[in-house]
Design a protein around this ligand. Structure first.
Ligand SMILES: [Cu+2]
Length: 122
Protein backbone atom coordinates (compact mmCIF):
# COMPACT_ATOMS: atom_id res chain seq x y z
CA UNK A 1 0.00 0.00 0.00
CA UNK A 2 1.39 3.40 -0.96
CA UNK A 3 1.93 6.03 1.68
CA UNK A 4 -0.82 8.30 0.29
CA UNK A 5 -3.32 5.40 0.14
CA UNK A 6 -2.46 4.47 3.74
CA UNK A 7 -3.05 8.09 4.80
CA UNK A 8 -6.41 8.14 3.00
CA UNK A 9 -7.40 4.91 4.76
CA UNK A 10 -6.47 6.35 8.19
CA UNK A 11 -8.52 9.48 7.50
CA UNK A 12 -11.45 7.35 6.35
CA UNK A 13 -11.28 5.22 9.53
CA UNK A 14 -11.10 8.35 11.70
CA UNK A 15 -14.16 9.83 10.01
CA UNK A 16 -16.01 6.52 10.44
CA UNK A 17 -15.07 6.38 14.14
CA UNK A 18 -16.23 9.97 14.68
CA UNK A 19 -19.49 9.30 12.88
CA UNK A 20 -20.06 6.14 14.95
CA UNK A 21 -19.25 8.09 18.11
CA UNK A 22 -21.91 10.67 17.38
CA UNK A 23 -24.50 7.91 17.17
CA UNK A 24 -23.58 6.73 20.67
CA UNK A 25 -24.41 10.11 22.24
CA UNK A 26 -27.40 9.51 24.49
CA UNK A 27 -30.56 11.25 23.42
CA UNK A 28 -33.15 12.42 25.92
CA UNK A 29 -36.22 10.26 26.05
CA UNK A 30 -39.78 11.40 25.67
CA UNK A 31 -42.14 10.28 28.39
CA UNK A 32 -45.86 10.58 27.81
CA UNK A 33 -48.20 9.56 30.54
CA UNK A 34 -51.88 9.89 31.26
CA UNK A 35 -52.57 10.82 34.87
CA UNK A 36 -56.15 10.39 36.04
CA UNK A 37 -57.78 11.97 39.05
CA UNK A 38 -59.54 9.26 41.05
CA UNK A 39 -60.73 8.52 44.59
CA UNK A 40 -58.49 6.17 46.54
CA UNK A 41 -59.90 3.26 48.61
CA UNK A 42 -59.27 5.54 51.61
CA UNK A 43 -61.73 8.00 50.05
CA UNK A 44 -59.05 10.57 49.23
CA UNK A 45 -58.89 12.24 45.83
CA UNK A 46 -55.57 11.43 44.21
CA UNK A 47 -53.81 11.66 40.86
CA UNK A 48 -53.05 8.16 39.59
CA UNK A 49 -50.32 7.07 39.03
CA UNK A 50 -49.14 9.00 42.04
CA UNK A 51 -45.47 8.82 41.15
CA UNK A 52 -43.64 9.49 37.91
CA UNK A 53 -40.10 8.29 37.26
CA UNK A 54 -37.75 9.73 34.66
CA UNK A 55 -34.11 10.07 33.79
CA UNK A 56 -32.38 13.43 33.93
CA UNK A 57 -32.81 15.10 30.55
CA UNK A 58 -36.10 13.40 29.71
CA UNK A 59 -38.90 15.49 28.30
CA UNK A 60 -42.10 14.65 30.20
CA UNK A 61 -45.60 15.21 28.89
CA UNK A 62 -48.48 14.49 31.23
CA UNK A 63 -52.09 14.35 30.14
CA UNK A 64 -54.08 15.23 33.22
CA UNK A 65 -57.58 13.79 33.13
CA UNK A 66 -59.86 15.16 35.82
CA UNK A 67 -62.65 12.65 36.37
CA UNK A 68 -64.26 14.70 39.12
CA UNK A 69 -66.92 17.38 38.69
CA UNK A 70 -64.87 19.97 40.59
CA UNK A 71 -61.54 21.46 39.57
CA UNK A 72 -58.23 20.12 40.86
CA UNK A 73 -54.65 21.22 40.71
CA UNK A 74 -51.49 19.47 39.63
CA UNK A 75 -48.29 21.06 40.82
CA UNK A 76 -44.63 20.09 40.57
CA UNK A 77 -43.20 23.29 41.99
CA UNK A 78 -39.58 22.33 41.31
CA UNK A 79 -40.25 22.39 37.55
CA UNK A 80 -42.67 25.28 37.41
CA UNK A 81 -45.64 23.01 36.70
CA UNK A 82 -48.86 24.44 38.16
CA UNK A 83 -52.03 23.50 36.32
CA UNK A 84 -55.66 23.81 37.31
CA UNK A 85 -57.79 21.19 35.57
CA UNK A 86 -61.49 22.10 35.47
CA UNK A 87 -64.06 19.45 36.35
CA UNK A 88 -64.46 16.71 33.74
CA UNK A 89 -61.71 18.28 31.61
CA UNK A 90 -58.23 17.34 30.45
CA UNK A 91 -55.10 19.45 30.50
CA UNK A 92 -51.59 18.73 29.27
CA UNK A 93 -48.34 19.84 30.88
CA UNK A 94 -44.88 19.40 29.43
CA UNK A 95 -41.48 20.06 30.91
CA UNK A 96 -37.86 18.95 30.86
CA UNK A 97 -36.67 16.92 33.84
CA UNK A 98 -33.32 18.69 33.83
CA UNK A 99 -32.20 17.86 37.35
CA UNK A 100 -32.11 14.74 39.44
CA UNK A 101 -33.91 14.27 42.73
CA UNK A 102 -37.25 13.51 44.32
CA UNK A 103 -39.81 16.28 43.90
CA UNK A 104 -43.30 16.44 45.42
CA UNK A 105 -46.40 16.44 43.23
CA UNK A 106 -49.56 17.85 44.78
CA UNK A 107 -52.94 19.38 44.19
CA UNK A 108 -52.16 22.99 45.08
CA UNK A 109 -55.88 23.79 45.40
CA UNK A 110 -56.59 21.17 48.04
CA UNK A 111 -53.58 20.34 50.22
CA UNK A 112 -55.46 17.35 51.66
CA UNK A 113 -55.47 15.68 48.27
CA UNK A 114 -52.56 13.31 48.41
CA UNK A 115 -50.49 13.32 45.28
CA UNK A 116 -47.07 11.81 44.91
CA UNK A 117 -43.61 12.45 43.67
CA UNK A 118 -41.54 12.88 40.58
CA UNK A 119 -38.35 10.82 40.77
CA UNK A 120 -35.64 11.96 38.37
CA UNK A 121 -32.65 9.63 38.22
CA UNK A 122 -29.15 10.90 37.38
CU1 LIG B 1 -57.74 18.78 44.51
Amino acid sequence: MSRSRFRALVVLLLVAALAAGSVVVARAAEISLTVVNVVSPQDVKIWEPTSVAAKKGDRITLRLVNKHADEHGYEIAAFGVKEVVPGDKTATVSFAADRAGVFPIKCHLHPAHVAGQLVVLE
